[in-house]
Design a protein around this ligand. Structure first.
Ligand code: NAD
Ligand code: ZN
Length: 321
């Protein structure tokens, strides 16, 4: 077992899988740090950038798997943030028509969101996550020790997705997460909060694995968030989602679904967690971007609107010409 610092161990996961027949696909951030190397399996490295989350990287990984003579009995494990877990799931889905795989998410965002639910894929051209499949991992190993080295900005991006999930289903966990992230930088993210967020996502996914109904609630903050990402490069995804949640809360107020005090509370909670709350471009520019959003189906725009802290609803609007 590899110990990085006193009492901090990253090696427990290695007890879960056989050393023979297992190949790791790992975020190159870990290269040379002696953590994944200690697990004793061949390692294929990937860079965690959106520019390299591509079919070219997938092809390179497939060539490397062939060189290692990976066959249908090979077990893949993806170790890293959401970019690495998305790539691993996709390679596992298509290599020789499908390999078994597990995931070890190492960012908060991946632990509460990206690694859970079986969606995988890569970017294509200018489009994010345009090519991919649904394939469930056999295990998702959550170890909050990994978060100790995560930059604060990445931690906050994960916090945004965590708050989003709690806003859908758990007011008590929401309040606790706000307390944790609004104080001084938390030394540790409480593991029970990470697990609770994962549980909520997992239960929505179980009810709607292919994202035609209730799973879409997880898009809270994402209709506005994606538009912000389209119109400006200022913010990371989690930050854009944070602004998107505030915009969704304000919209819910306008529609009479949410009390104004609750919308203001959501806004001040998110700001207190060190996340942005105001869009970087005027709202009508975002509206135009939303109209072009790929999620538009049959002339209907979909928003997820909070009704109270712990409850949200899908809201559809037809597109006026
Ligand atoms: N499949 C899904 O359902 C789903 C859901 C949400 C997001 N995603 C995808 O997830 C990706 C974003 O995930 P992310 O935010 O984890 O990004 P990421 O994978 O880019 O990781 C963020 C950064 O943290 C670094 N890093 C990873 N682990 C670290 C650690 N323990 N210590 C220090 N640095 C570490 C990475 O090298 C990278 O620079 C996007 O591509 C998004 O499309 C997928
Ligand atoms: Zn997201």
């Amino acid at each position: 077992m590899k110990t990085l610092r006193n009492n901090i161990t990253y090696g427990r996961v290695a007890d879960l899988f056989p050393r023979t027949g297992t190949i790791l696909i790992a975020d190159s951030w870990f290269r040379g740090r002696g953590i994944v190397e200690a697990w004793g399996c061949p390692i294929l490295w990937t860079n965690a950038t959106e520019q390299e989350k591509t079919l070219t990287t997938v092809e390179r990984l497939i060539s490397q798997l062939l060189e290692l003579q990976a066959d249908r009995d090979t077990f893949l494990i993806g170790v890293g943030g959401g970019i690495t877990t998305d790539i691993t799931g996709f390679v596992a889905a298509i290599y020789k028509r499908g390999l078994r795989f597990g995931l070890v998410p190492t960012t908060l965002l991946a632990q509460v969101d990206a690694a859970i639910g079986g969606k995988n894929g890569v970017n294509f051209d200018r489009y994010k996550n345009m090519v991919g499949t649904f394939r469930q991992a056999e295990f998702v190993y959550i170890d909050t020790d990994f978060l100790l080295t995560l930059p604060l900005r990445e931690l906050r991006c994960g916090a945004a997705e965590m708050l989003k999930t709690f806003l859908l289903a758990d007011a008590k966990a929401y309040a606790e997460a706000v307390r944790v992230f609004s104080g001084p930088t938390p030394e540790r993210v409480p593991e029970h909060l990470v697990r609770r967020a994962g549980e909520i996502k997992f239960s929505l996914v179980e009810q709607d694995p292919e994202d035609h109904g209730v799973r879409q609630l997880l898009n809270l903050g994402h209709t506005f968030g994606h538009a912000i990402e389209k119109c400006s490069t200022q913010y990371e995804h989690g930050e854009a989602v944070a602004i998107g949640i505030v915009m969704a809360a304000r919209m819910a107020c306008e529609k009479g679904l949410l009390q104004p005090e609750e919308a203001e509370r959501i806004c001040s909670d998110i700001a207190a967690c060190g996340l942005p709350v105001e869009p970087p471009v005027p709202e009508d520019q975002l509206r135009t971007a939303i109209l072009q959003d790929k999620k538009r189906t049959g002339g209907t725009l979909k928003f997820v609107l909070p009704e109270s802290i712990g409850k949200a609803t899908l809201w559809e609007e037809s597109v006026s010409a």
